[in-house]
Design a protein around this ligand. Structure first.
Ligand code: HSE
Length: 422
């Protein structure tokens, strides 16, 4: 039986989750993998009252873990620069690395993979994207014979949790607090709600599927903070809901990379994935569309992904499979401003004659077609919401149109959300 000696760096929620899962599921792990894992050392700046490491040696300086007789360093300290330093030191000391740290792979992936290759070791990162939901190995191994043309999905559990709850009538702030309490949200939740967490993940998936660099360039990122509860009501009246979608898509030699809120059809697969779940749709040439969904956050799901990497390593330590960005020159990243979308506009305006006409004639002067326009029930202070769906037009004209609509005297407030076509 293959034995792998493991050094865990970090002793927070994720690390203790890994330690417990290795212990509690040792029988199933051994029978499924034919491998045995021994935690030989833990790098913990301080004890964690939630987990007793038994007799496992503890290093207070996480860098000292690398000096032990171990095969693999599991980096679970989080953050970017110290984590990078630790990973690089481990690689130079000929240790394999397993990490759940999406930010370090996003920012330094190319450097890390190159160095790993030069040193004949492997860096595995299944849990960095959607925790244990198996997307990395799916792309690298199971779909290796396919040309992937699009990956789209909800890659941030906290955002999906907040939006699903808002769809049911909950408030943004209280739902975010709940996500923080449940441990889904990042230590700094702005990474979740401003879209960066999803951007990190789609950036990594794009590197695997399309060979884009890490860190990627030319990336449009927007979070969910401007979405209002009423947007769900209006969207649902028209057969849509609101999701935060991350997209990497190729068309001929052009690549789109973006993460932002969208209206998507209520009857689509992704629209129906609620709560903290992550879900993706992958378009491939040989299998067609594939859907994968699962828990993308939390101690246990992350432990599952980390252990799958350890098993992979135990069974194939010698493989030199570090991602290579050999397609970099094949794809040109599209300017976001050149992309074309239909848009949902929420326009709050005074309820007086002529306001609809002013809006529609401004749109006409900008050559923006209107698919539908509806005036909804009056709000306070003699204001009405006008809900408008445009025909497709270029992103570069969108912010200009937004600004000009606000110059109409009776218009008090505007929001808009892109509509994702199928
Ligand atoms: N904060 C992340 C999320 C979890 O909400 O999806 C780990 O990536």
């Amino acid at each position: 039986m293959e034995e792998l000696k493991v050094g865990i760096c970090g002793w927070g929620n994720v690390a203790t989750g890994l330690f417990s899962a290795l212990e509690n599921n040792a029988d199933i792990i051994a029978s499924n993998s034919g491998a045995q894992f021994t935690v030989s050392v833990i790098g913990a700046r301080r004890d964690n009252p939630k987990c007793d490491p038994g007799n496992t040696p503890i290093e207070r300086d996480i860098f000292d873990v690398i000096g032990h007789d171990i095969d693999v360093v599991v980096e679970l300290i989080g953050g970017v620069e110290v984590a990078r330093e630790l990973i690089i030191k481990a690689i130079k000391n000929k240790k394999h690395v397993v990490t759940a740290n999406k930010a370090v792979i996003y920012h330094h992936g190319d450097e890390i993979f190159k160095l790993a290759k030069e040193n004949g070791v492997r860096v595995l990162f299944e849990s960095a994207v959607c925790a244990g939901t198996p997307i990395i190995k799916l792309l690298k191994e199971e779909l290796a014979a396919n040309r992937v043309s699009k990956i789209s999905g909800m890659l941030n559990g906290t955002s999906n949790f907040i939006l699903s709850n808002m769809e049911e009538g909950a408030e943004f702030d209280s739902t975010l607090e709940l996500a923080q309490k449940e441990g889904y949200a990042e230590p700094d939740p702005t990474f979740d709600i401003e879209g960066m967490d999803a951007a990190h993940k789609i950036g990594i998936l794009s590197a695997l599927a399309f060979g884009t660099p890490l860190p990627p360039k030319d990336f449009y990122v927007e979070g969910i903070t401007k979405i209002e509860k009423s947007d769900f009501t209006y969207a649902m009246d028209m057969g849509y809901t609101v999701k935060h979608l991350a997209v990497a898509k190729v068309d001929e030699n052009l690549l789109e990379l973006r993460a932002h809120p969208v209206l998507i059809k209520l009857d689509s697969h992704l629209a129906n994935l609620k709560g903290v779940r992550n879900g993706m749709e992958i378009d491939t040439d040989l299998i067609g569309k594939i859907h994968i969904a699962g828990s993308g956050a939390g101690q246990e799901s992350t432990a599952s992904g980390l252990i799958s990497d350890l098993i992979n390593l135990a069974n194939s330590k010698a493989i030199n499979d570090q991602p290579e960005n050999n397609n970099i020159t094949s794809y040109k990243v599209s300017e976001f401003s050149e992309l074309v979308f239909q848009y949902y506009f929420y326009i709050e305006a005074e309820d007086k004659p002529g306001v609809m006409a002013s809006i529609t004639s401004l749109m006409a002067s900008k050559q923006v077609g209107i698919e539908s326009i509806v005036q909804k029930e009056e709000l306070d202070e003699n204001c009405v919401p006008i809900i408008l769906i445009t025909d497709p037009f270029k992103e570069s004209d969108h912010s200009e149109l937004h600004k000009e609509l606000l110059t109409i005297e009776s218009v008090k407030n505007i929001r808009s959300i892109r509509i994702e076509s199928n």
